[in-house]
Design a binder for this molecule. Structure first.
Ligand SMILES: C[S@@+](CC[C@H](N)C(=O)[O-])C[C@H]1O[C@@H](n2cnc3c(N)ncnc32)[C@H](O)[C@@H]1O
Length: 303
């Protein structure tokens, strides 16, 4: 993994050293004085990764996890060392592992208790106290919110500095039979409503001016595309988030299920007039209370 430091010492004379000037924004450690050195940090809207990162404590045993490079890129752009990342769909804990690797901290909420327990084993007892807090709860609930606040308190923070939302893509992968599970909703509309409740909890627990990342793909049902991404994007904006950017991420080789049936899918696509999904979205939002107040004022005037 690439590790960079902003505290490099520049040698002027062998007997004299001067610390270089550092210029950063409020939400990351990128030294803008040396911006050309950060060529590994992506700034465009198309992300392609030749393969999934396997080192650094990551394993690919959980169907539906995201590749660690997504967490890396988001942490470089939107967090500082020591910041707390709040992941409300923790799954196999990719965000937590990468938080440790990159000297960040993480609170992860996962509905399935057996998974939360298994994921805990990836961390040392000390890390589970100081760096990664795993909560087993429904992220849409008040109970989850209260538990997160208590953990933030222990971590000496009022709010989180980055919010990660990687929900089920409606019912594409069924994660459990639990009624609170967003992959188990009766209708897609219920999925959107459930997602909005989780995102609202995330909004309330995020520090002002900080960022939220929504990782999501679309689905294809009954001969038509269901734009889960765009509807969830609208729900984020309805809560008050400012939409900053949408990244299209290539997911070639990420799709275990379709790999062996690629030809069958190609046949179906040719026969059915649709295209096979090879991408998902990473949508970036910012919490900005003053922006929210402005929108609320405009809406009031319009009604
Ligand atoms: C797409 S996966 C997230 C994978 C994760 N990013 C990773 O890399 O492993 C979605 C996860 O959300 C969990 N989940 C579904 N509904 C939930 C809810 N209401 N509250 C908390 N977790 C939920 C599922 O059990 C599943 O593990």
């Amino acid at each position: 993994m690439v590790r960079r430091s902003n505290t490099k010492i520049v040698e002027i004379r062998p007997d004299l050293t001067v610390a270089p000037q550092v210029k950063t924004v409020a939400y990351n450690d990128i030294n803008l004085k040396n911006w050309k050195e950060y060529d590994y940090v992506k700034t465009d809207t198309l992300w392609e990764f030749p393969s999934r990162l396997k080192e650094g404590g990551h394993s690919n045993e959980y169907h539906g996890n995201f590749i660690p490079q997504i967490a890396q890129q988001l942490f470089w752009r939107y967090t500082k060392e020591g910041d707390v990342v709040l992941d409300l769909f923790f799954g196999s804990g990719t965000s937590g592992i990468e938080a440790i690797n990159m000297n960040r901290r993480c609170i992860g909420v996962e509905l399935k208790d057996e998974l939360a327990e298994k994921v805990s084993e990836k961390f040392t007892p000390k890390q589970l106290v100081t760096d990664v807090n795993i909560i087993c709860a429904d992220s849409a609930s008040e109970i989850a919110k209260e538990k997160i606040k208590a953990r933030l308190d222990i971590m000496m923070k009022d709010k989180a500095q980055l919010l990660i939302l990687h929900p089920p893509y409606d019912d594409i992968i069924k994660f459990s039979d639990r009624k609170e599970d967003l992959s188990n909703c009766d209708t897609t509309e219920a999925f959107y409503d459930g997602f909005e409740k989780v995102a609202k909890n995330g909004y309330d627990l995020l520090e002002d001016k900080r960022f939220a990342a929504l990782i999501i793909g679309d689905k294809y049902t009954d001969g038509e595309i269901v734009s889960l991404g765009f509807e969830c994007q609208e729900r984020m904006k309805r809560i008050g988030f400012r939409h900053k950017t949408t990244i299209v991420k290539d997911m070639q080789g990420n799709e275990k299920a379709k790999g062996k049936d690629a030809n069958l899918w190609r046949y179906r696509a040719l026969a059915g007039g649709f295209n096979i999904f090879k991408h998902e979205y990473i949508m970036i939002f910012q919490k900005d209370e003053s922006h929210k107040r402005k929108i609320e004022k405009l809406n009031k005037l319009a009604s």
